[in-house]
Design a protein around this ligand. Structure first.
Ligand code: AMP
Length: 249
């Protein structure tokens, strides 16, 4: 079974994000970048399925600038067999990503697509759902467990109040939640091996996809600064403050 995994290059989750002084977006120049954490989880899942003999080939796909090649190399160091870079502006939006992924699915014919549940830069949580809708495939969003049994992807999702089990008919699109697995660290030998793996570059035009943005960002602002907290000596003081200062009691 062939699996397609999407991997997005985003600002490293451990970097403090700064808003540009003109409010047009966040600063990305000279900022450390990394693979989106949920894409790492998606990739780890595909690699584990290959190690278990369920998956025969893993193709990693990224939509972005030339620098996204680094993200694809990381995916290949984790265990992807090859990579496809669809060259586009850095701020390609979820609908464009879904259209690109649809074109790649039509070209590659995988039985399963695993994506992150959301990208931590735009926090959209849309691309996987849009792709499933465009393809007319089954979808499972926020999977915390995936098992392939015959023609089904048997998945568990964490929902309010418990766990939901879904049997999705393949082919399907599944998006990875935090507790699906803990991604492995890439080792130096695997980084070296990944350099020799095939990496194809395609322009969206060649796929017949228009990736022009449909949404305009009006302004990006820092959240309002919060005042410092105070320590109270006991419950009586807390209640007095809530009554007299905060006036919430
Ligand atoms: P989003 O809908 O933007 O929150 O992203 C959800 C998931 O879609 C991500 O975790 C990725 O797996 C995939 N995705 C979004 N944007 C891209 C991109 N530019 N390149 C590759 N995959 C992407």
């Amino acid at each position: 079974m062939k699996v397609l995994v999407s991997v997005k290059r985003v600002i490293d989750p451990y970097v403090k994000v700064r808003v540009k002084s003109d409010g047009s977006g966040v600063e990305t120049a000279n900022v450390k970048m990394a693979m989106n954490p949920f894409c790492e989880i998606a990739m780890e899942q595909a690699v584990r399925m290959k190690e278990a003999g369920v998956v025969s080939e893993i193709v990693a796909v990224s939509v972005g600038t030339t620098q996204s090649q680094e993200t694809l190399r990381t995916a290949m160091a984790m265990g992807a067999d090859r990579g496809i870079l669809v060259e586009a502006d850095a701020d390609v939006q979820p609908l464009a990503v879904a259209k690109v992924m649809k074109a790649i699915v039509e070209k590659e014919s995988p039985r399963l697509v695993i994506m992150g549940k959301q990208a931590i830069d735009d926090d959209s949580n849309q691309s996987g759902q849009m792709l499933a809708a465009l393809l007319g495939w089954a979808q499972v969003a926020f999977a915390s467990k995936i098992e392939i049994n015959g023609d089904n992807a048997d998945c568990t999702r964490e929902i309010d109040g418990g766990l939901e089990k879904i049997a999705a008919k393949l082919p399907a699109v599944v998006t990875a939640d935090l507790r699906l697995n803990e991604p492995r660290y890439v080792t130096l030998p695997n980084i070296m091996k990944a350099k020799k793996k095939p990496l194809e570059t395609i322009k969206p035009d060649a796929l017949g996809v228009d990736v022009a943005p449909r949404l305009t960002t009006l302004k990006v602002e820092e959240p309002a600064k919060r005042g410092a907290g105070v320590k109270v000596a006991d419950v009586a003081e807390l209640v007095a403050k809530l009554k007299n200062e905060a006036k919430v009691l």
